[in-house]
Design a protein around this ligand. Structure first.
Ligand SMILES: C[S@@+](CC[C@H](N)C(=O)[O-])C[C@H]1O[C@@H](n2cnc3c(N)ncnc32)[C@H](O)[C@@H]1O
Length: 176
């Protein structure tokens, strides 16, 4: 794997870069963006997607909040990477510009995630990996039941015929 924060490629050697839901998880997104700009040819485009604010992404932030309330996950410290750290358009634009990019556009893209029931949600979250999967793996049977009960309660506003529809918002930037 090439580390985005230290890309072992020549300057101006890449035509385009596409990165979905990656930059916000890197410890130093500014370095990663500067490296991306360095390897992109002049005029080459970067298209990236990050997640919007937590409260607009209940499909994942509800589970994150419940796990924190149950003391199963350490609360994030300021400056740490995380799903929502590049959610603010101004911050994202600032990072892109200070990495040498000209921003063509930044726009929100709504998403809707559907689940048959809480078990389906848990299975999907485990398949995706990440924080939920790590906590679930280490949790006891009793904790699994508690998590599922709390999710069922919190997901009630999102009940539809045949399951849940949980909304979210991605933020997509195009820069060159
Ligand atoms: C949430 S996943 C997204 C995966 C995929 N792009 C998608 O949209 O399904 C985040 C990805 O970022 C990658 N990643 C995190 N830090 C990275 C880094 N410093 N350099 C390269 N990739 C990194 C991880 O390996 C992981 O595959």
């Amino acid at each position: 794997m090439i580390d985005a924060e230290e890309i072992r490629l020549d300057d101006d050697s890449v035509d385009g870069v596409l990165c979905r839901f990656g930059f916000m998880l890197m410890p130093d997104p500014e370095a990663a963006l500067a490296e991306t700009r360095r390897v992109l040819r002049p005029g080459g485009r970067l298209v990236l997607a990050v997640w919007g604010q937590a409260e607009r992404n209940p499909w994942i932030s509800i589970a994150g909040r419940l796990l924190a309330e149950l003391d199963l996950v350490p609360r994030p410290q300021p400056g740490e990477p995380g799903m929502f750290v590049l959610a603010e358009e101004d911050r994202l634009r600032g990072l892109l510009e200070s990495a040498g990019f000209g921003v063509e556009r930044i726009e929100e893209v709504p998403v809707l995630l559907t689940y048959d029931d809480v078990d389906d949600y848990v299975a999907a979250a485990n398949e995706t990996g990440g924080m939920f999967a790590r906590i679930w793996r280490d949790a006891s049977e009793e904790e699994h039941e508690t998590i599922k009960a709390r999710l069922a309660e919190a997901f009630e506003p999102f009940l539809v015929d045949g399951g849940y529809e949980l909304p979210g918002v991605a933020v997509v930037a195009v820069a060159s």
